[in-house]
Every structure is written in structure tokens, then in C-alpha cells.
Design a binder for this molecule. Structure first.
Ligand code: CDP
Length: 788
């Protein structure tokens, strides 16, 4: 895209430095835990050691004797106000504090309120709880077997652990195509439970001002407006009306979907503040965050892919068990309980597809969040990219050639997928060719062949993913009935500087910079002169928040539309000032000139001043606008990643030697920020591919509940990412932009897994579930007689 503004204005396409970074790198950000209020009290939470147990008795006497402890709050206390259960975002229910039984290890059992964090922790340590252990269900397959203990005994008519069944696509056509296929491949794929592990854990400060009758909550939420509405709906009966609730989401140290849900700690802190009239702070520690907050993934998939002999793909069938823990607390749009998993036909022109997903209760924390992906898209991409690779190898066709043969071609866009999505634009072959050229694909294949002769294990893996981001459109997307749109409000001050507020909330993505760049592009006001604010429900226009890479596709579009409304009014004022007809004015970023008389012009700053000092009679003063943008469609970013691995025969260790990532997010607002998003995303893709997993033993003890055994990659494990891009604008987005924040997390795991299987295919290895740990690989190598 050609640059339309100077570096001083800093519109789209300029890699301007992030406006937020001076405060972050000087340690001057304001995170929730930085907020200190006079007279503040502190909460700490008592958690269950059992995965499933009846609560016989909670003895609070010792805790109450700890100096500084003011109260111990139990489920019985909350039950008096009917606040011991709360709705989840998927219209299920979840305990705030239990009255009868606990359902997972680390579940909240009671909360201790004290005058200091230390006193609260000392109190929590001596709350005595008598439990009677109950049978534990950790395996979702076993959970569905007849005779399995029914977990949700709170639901009167519930006779099993099945939550919902959801299916999509043409079952009969898919069955037919699979039956008629020349070749089929079938594979069980488990995508394990993982955790977002953001640097900042979750927390809040609730402050109910009894005089003003107003509740202010500073919290680490990605969706402040939605939270305000949920609080008003859930606690309206105890007097919390929406205009008396203010949610402030200050700086956030990473969200990745984990800061969308409402956690019990938030509700307990609010209840404690309403009862005491004092500010109450609750901040999780690292282990609470890993063990009790919403998880991601946990999909048990069986996939079948069908093709003709010549390698043309024909049909895809997927069955999945979704382990939701003890409550379905995913944050999916209401209409899609399995999120957007049905984008699983990916980048390929498949004529038939059918998907079935069953949600299951187990004794684990609730969740199913969109961890840096647009509602289960990572699971979809991993499945189709593994299956495509499996089929290519099965047919003995090079995986790159196989993809190129089956891609949706550029001239097929807008493309209606077999599962009903309308892809806006794409050039998949363009991205793959660029990735192949960058990495030197042909040479690598030659090197691999030579190494294989010498018995060395080298693999090359490809992932040519398609994402789907930018929820709405509101006709299909809502959360708890609230339609998914987003918003921008702009006010231009008399001196030509501006403030713009949004319904989204950055968690590190750089919105203060990129939104200012969009407005600079549209209005010609330098980005440095535009203050961007998000996250305060008392000031920002209503929006659905930031997750699922929706900020640029939705709020970014709202910014462009609001700016264009401002420009329309500016044109009228310019016509008045220049004594010219509106139609005779030409716009270039930053000024209107009279056609044929370029010297006769008014800058946007002149016009802003006139809007308050010299505007036409009959016109309202001021220069401002708001847009609530409801996108006509989602955007479909894509990319091709190629990964080269070397596998150590002695240890089973996988070393990522090279990784080339070519992304396409349409027109780019800030290339440096996009590159940063891709770097971070790739590392968050490497993590589940090779290291991260949360599992449970047979009695529901968490494995991976601390950073000792939940292995986050550090700089040492992270390879040098080689990034690049192609540009295929979105035809329906006002700026031609698509989202990008999640692409790399979505696309990377399959490239790495495909590379490892490619290295071991000749030994008879067909699939390895992620994380591909040295132990798993070494075991396979031993089975195949390659190592001792
Ligand atoms: O919703 P979220 O901010 O997580 O994701 P996004 O819309 O993909 O944007 C992530 C960051 O990349 C934001 O600062 C965007 O403005 C920026 N971006 C960009 O510069 N150009 C694009 N085409 C897409 C995103």
C-alpha cells in the first residue's frame, strides 16, 4: 500500500514507535495491583485440595483469630444474597463459592478479608475445611460412559455429564464423498489443555461508595462494558444498577482470552466491598492463576480427510469431544458453542464437510477460552493442517505441491466454504510461494534426502492457515445476547488536537498507537496529536472489547467511519471559510483545497478552530463524531509458515532450526507492530507445540500447575523468527485491513508438528500429539529401533 501521509503525520503504513512504550519501559504503567486506595482491604482465597468432594464443615475460628482478619466469607454467606452461583458467558452456571461440594482441585472454597495481604494469606492458611471425597472424573470419554458419576447434581434433571451436541455441515454429502473417495486418512488428534499464562495474573479492586451509591471496579478485563452489563444483570437484585457501576480496565499485562471471563474472585471482592463500604483488592498469585483460571483447548478430535488418487481433496469429517471442566464457561458467541471451529476446511477448496462437537463435564476448572485465537480456530487449523500433511505424505506428494493443488484460488473469492463461511479475500499460493522462496524449500528437501541417507533426522513442516477474525457481524454474533459490534468516538479540540475513545481494550497490542495512526490517515492530524483512550466504561462508548483479533477489523473500522463523519462536517466548514461549494473542494490528508486553486486551502487544524470560533450560522458548534460499527463480514487473514527441525536421535529433542512466517493481514497499519505481534504469536505457538500442557492424574491432581512443570519457552528455547508478508486487502473493511494479533499462535503449532512427523515419516511415524516433548519422541525412536 502506498503511503498517503508523511512520517510526521504518521498515518497507515508508518512504523512509528509505540506511544504507550515510554510509560511501560520506565515502569510507569498503571496495572490493577498498582492502584492503592485509602482504607483498602485485601482478599485471599482458600482453595480445595480435592477435585470432587462434599463440604462437611468450614471452621473459621482460627482464621478469625489471626490479627487483621475481619471476615471469612463462605458460600453460605453469599447464598443469603443468591450470589453463590453466577451465570457463565455460555449461559451455563458456575459457583462463586460452594455450599455443598467442590468440583475441581484449586476451586475457591472461602475468602478471607483482612487489613493486609499478609493477614489475609495467614487467615486463609488456617481455615479448616472438612471434606468427604467423591469419585473423580477426569477423562471426558469416561465421563460419557453409562454409570459415570453425574457431576452437576445441582441441575435437577441432569442424568449424565453431556453438556451439548452441536453439528454443522452436510452429513449425508460428506458421508457419500468419504465412501466414494479413492484415498482416506483418519487420525485421532488430542489438543491438550493449556493456559494463557499472561505475565500479569487476574485481579480487581472493588470500591462501593455508599454515599454516592456507586461501584467502581478496577479490573484486568478485556471486555469492560460487557462486564458492567453482566454485573448489573446478575446483581441488580442487590441494588447495583448499570449507571451506578463503573469498570476501569487500566494497563493490562497480557490477556490472550484469559481475561474475558468473570472469575469468582471478582464477585467476592464486589460483594465484600458492598457489605463493608471499603475498597477491596483481590490479586491472584501465579499458581492460582495457572490452576483455577480458564483453560484453553482440551479438544479430543477424530478427523477423516478424503481425496481422489490425483491428490484433489474432496471431503472432511470431524468428531470432537470438548472437555469443558465442571462448567461451560467458554467465551464463545452464543450461536456457536464450539466457537468458529467450523472454519476447519481451512485454505482448501473442499466440497463437503461435516463437524460434530460434544461438550462434556469433568472435574476440572471451567473454561474453553479463545487463547489468542478467534474462538477455537487454533484447534481447527491444527486439525486441517495436520490432516492435509498426512494425506500428502500418504499419497507421496510433496506437502507444498499438495497444498498448492488444493488451495482456494484468488479468483474464487469471495469464497463460500462447505461449512458456510464467506471468505473475503486471499492469495494462499502467493504466501506459500513467498515462504518457499524465502526459506529455499527445494534446497532444504535436497538436504533432507541426503541427511536421511546418513541416518540423520531432519524435517520440514508447512502450515498454510486461514484465520477468521473480527466478530460481529451482529446478525450472527452475540455474547449473552449483547450484539457484537464496536465503537469509536472522536472529539477534535479547537487547537486541532484530538481525543478518541474506543469500546475495545488493549492488553499490549499497541492500540494507542495504531488507532491514532488510523485517525491520522483519515484526518491528516498527526498521530502524536491524538490521544487514544480505552477501558473506562464511564467515558468510552459501549463496545464488546478486545479478544479474537477483533480490534482492527471492528473498532479500527469504527475509527475510520467516525473520522469520515468528522471529515464530512469539516468539509462544510471549509466550504464556508473558503467561500466555495462543497463539491469544489478536494481532500488530501490534512487539508481541503479549492479545485484548480491549490493555494486556496484550509487545514484540518484551521477548520477545527473555526468549528468553535467561526462556524456557519445554523450549524452546531464542535467537531466530533461517534461510530458503532457492525461489520458486514468477518475478515480472513492467512499465512504460510515453514519450519525446519532437527531431531536428536539420542535424546528425542526437537530443535527448530529455521522458521519462516509469511503473514497476510490485508493493509497494514503499523508494520513494526504487526511484526511484533507475529513474533510474540509465534513464540506462543511454539509453546504448545513443544512444551506446554496441563494434565490431571486419575484423582484430579493438576500436573502443570506451576512454572516448575508448566514449561513456558524462554529466549533460550525460542528460535530466530524470519517474518515477511504479502498484502491482500479485505474488500469490505473501510481500510482494507484484517486482524493479525493471533495468526501466528494459530498457524505455528501445525508447522512444527508437521516438521517433526516429516522427519520421522520414513520410520513409520504418522502423528504425534502436541506438546512434542523429548520423552515422546525418544519413546517413538526406541519403538522404531532408531535409538536405544
Ligand atoms: O484485537 P487485537 O488488538 O488483539 O488484534 P488486532 O486487531 O489483530 O491488532 C493487533 C495489533 O496489530 C493492533 O495494534 C493493530 O492495530 C495492529 N494491526 C496493524 O497494524 N495492521 C493490521 N492490518 C492489523 C493489525
Amino acid at each position: 500500500m502506498a503511503l498517503r501521509t508523511s512520517p510526521e503525520v504518521g498515518g497507515m503504513g508508518h512504523s512509528i514507535k509505540r506511544k504507550e512504550d515510554p510509560r511501560f519501559i520506565r515502569g510507569r504503567g498503571t496495572y490493577v495491583d498498582d492502584v492503592q486506595l485509602p482504607g483498602m482491604l485485601y482478599l485471599d482465597i482458600v482453595r480445595s485440595p480435592h477435585a470432587h468432594a462434599k463440604i462437611i464443615k468450614i471452621d473459621t475460628a482460627k482464621a478469625m483469630a489471626v490479627p487483621g482478619v475481619l471476615a471469612v466469607i463462605t458460600g453460605q454467606d453469599l447464598a443469603k444474597y443468591n450470589l453463590h452461583w453466577m451465570p457463565t458467558l455460555m449461559s451455563d452456571t458456575q459457583m462463586v463459592l460452594p455450599v455443598e461440594k467442590v468440583m475441581y482441585q484449586a476451586q475457591e472454597v472461602a475468602a478471607v478479608l483482612a487489613t493486609s495481604r499478609y493477614a489475609a494469606a495467614d487467615g486463609a492458611a488456617v481455615v479448616e475445611v472438612d471434606y468427604e471425597p467423591l469419585p473423580v472424573v477426569v477423562d471426558p470419554k469416561k465421563a460419557l460412559e453409562p454409570g459415570a458419576p453425574v457431576l452437576r447434581t445441582d441441575k435437577k434433571d441432569k442424568k449424565d455429564n453431556h453438556i451439548w451436541h452441536w453439528e454443522w455441515g452436510d452429513r449425508a454429502a460428506t458421508e457419500r464423498a468419504i465412501a466414494e473417495a479413492d484415498v482416506t486418512v483418519k487420525q485421532d488428534i488430542y489438543i491438550p489443555r493449556i493456559h494463557v499464562a499472561s505475565i500479569e495474573t487476574c485481579g480487581c479492586i472493588a470500591h462501593f461508595d455508599k454515599v454516592m451509591d456507586k461501584l467502581t471496579v478496577w479490573m484486568t478485563t478485556q471486555a469492560p462494558h460487557a462486564i458492567r452489563t453482566v454485573f448489573a444483570l446478575v446483581a441488580g437484585h442487590v441494588g447495583l444498577a448499570e449507571h451506578k457501576i463503573r469498570i476501569i480496565s487500566p494497563d493490562i499485562g497480557g490477556g490472550f482470552g484469559g481475561k474475558v471471563p468473570v472469575y469468582p474472585g471478582y464477585v467476592i471482592a464486589v460483594a465484600a466491598s458492598v457489605l463493608t463500604g471499603k475498597p477491596v483488592k483481590w490479586i491472584e498469585d501465579r499458581m492460582e492463576n495457572l490452576q483455577a483460571d480458564s483453560f484453553a483447548r482440551d479438544y479430543h478430535i477424530t478427523a477423516e480427510l478424503a481425496a481422489k488418487k490425483d491428490g484433489t481433496l474432496t471431503a472432511l469429517r470431524i468428531k470432537t469431544l470438548a472437555d469443558h471442566g465442571y462448567a461451560d464457561a467458554a467465551a464463545n458467541p452464543s450461536k456457536f458453542p464450539a466457537g468458529l471451529f467450523h472454519v476447519c476446511t481451512g485454505s482448501y477448496d473442499l466440497k463437503a464437510a461435516h463437524v460434530e462437537v460434544d461438550g462434556v463435564y469433568t472435574n476440572k476448572p471451567p473454561g474453553g477460552i479463545a487463547y489468542r485465537c478467534s474462538f477455537r480456530v487454533t484447534e481447527a487449523v491444527h486439525t486441517i493442517e495436520r490432516m492435509t500433511d498426512l494425506m500428502a505424505h500418504q499419497l507421496n506428494i510433496d506437502p507444498a505441491e499438495f497444498r498448492l493443488k488444493n488451495f482456494i484460488n484468488p479468483e474464487q473469492f469471495p469464497y463460500k466454504s462447505a461449512l458456510g463461511w464467506e471468505y473475503d479475500s486471499g492469495n494462499y499460493a502467493g504466501a506459500l510461494h513467498k515462504a518457499m522462496d524465502t526459506i529455499g524449500y527445494a534446497d532444504l528437501r535436497r538436504e533432507q534426502a541426503e541427511k536421511r541417507k546418513r541416518g540423520e533426522l531432519m524435517g520440514i513442516g508447512i502450515s498454510s492457515f486461514t484465520e477468521i477474525v473480527g466478530a460481529g457481524p451482529s446478525k450472527h454474533f452475540d455474547i449473552l445476547g449483547i450484539k457484537m459490534f464496536d465503537s469509536c468516538e472522536i472529539r477534535i479540540h479547537p487547537t486541532g488536537k484530538a481525543i478518541a475513545r474506543f469500546g475495545t481494550k488493549s492488553q499490549g497490542q499497541g492500540h494507542e498507537t495504531t488507532y491514532a495512526q488510523i485517525l491520522a490517515e483519515e484526518l491528516g492530524i498527526p498521530a502524536k496529536d491524538i490521544q487514544v483512550e480505552e477501558g473506562d466504561t464511564d467515558t468510552a462508548p459501549y463496545g464488546l472489547g478486545t479478544y479474537a483479533s477483533r480490534s482492527t477489523p471492528v473498532a479500527g473500522a469504527a475509527a475510520a467511519i467516525a473520522a469520515r463523519k468528522v471529515r464530512d462536517k469539516a468539509r462544510k466548514i471549509a466550504a464556508y471559510l473558503l467561500e466555495a461549494a462543497e463539491d469544489d473542494l478536494v481532500w488530501e490528508p490534512g487539508k481541503f483545497s479549492v479545485k484548480g486553486a491549490p493555494g486556496k486551502s484550509k487545514t484540518i487544524q484551521d477548520i477545527a478552530f473555526a468549528a468553535y470560533t467561526n462556524h456557519p450560522q445554523g450549524m452546531e458548534a464542535g467537531l466530533e463524531a461517534v461510530s458503532y460499527y457492525d461489520p458486514p463480514n468477518l475478515t480472513y487473514p492467512f499465512g504460510s509458515y515453514i519450519c525446519v527441525v532437527d531431531v536428536d536421535k539420542g535424546t528425542g529433542e526437537v530443535k527448530v532450526r529455521r522458521f519462516v512466517a509469511i503473514d497476510d493481514c490485508g493493509n497494514i497499519i503499523n508494520p513494526m507492530i504487526v511484526q511484533g505481534q507475529v513474533h510474540g504469536g509465534l513464540t506462543m505457538g511454539l509453546a504448545p507445540a513443544l512444551f506446554e500442557e496441563i494434565s490431571y492424574d486419575e484423582i484430579g491432581n493438576i500436573q502443570g500447575g506451576s512454572f516448575i512443570d508448566y514449561l513456558l519457552p524462554t529466549a533460550v528455547e525460542t528460535p530466530k523468527w524470519e517474518t515477511g508478508h504479502t498484502v491482500t486487502p479485505s474488500p469490505h473493511h473501510p481500510l482494507g485491513a484484517k486482524g493479525v494479533g493471533e495468526s501466528a499462535t494459530v498457524g505455528a503449532p501445525a508447522a512444527i508438528a508437521n516438521a517433526v512427523v516429516d522427519a520421522l515419516w520414513h520410520l513409520g511415524v504418522r502423528h504425534i500429539d502436541i506438546p512434542i516433548t523429548p520423552a515422546k519422541v525418544w519413546k517413538l525412536l526406541r519403538e522404531k529401533g532408531v535409538t536405544e
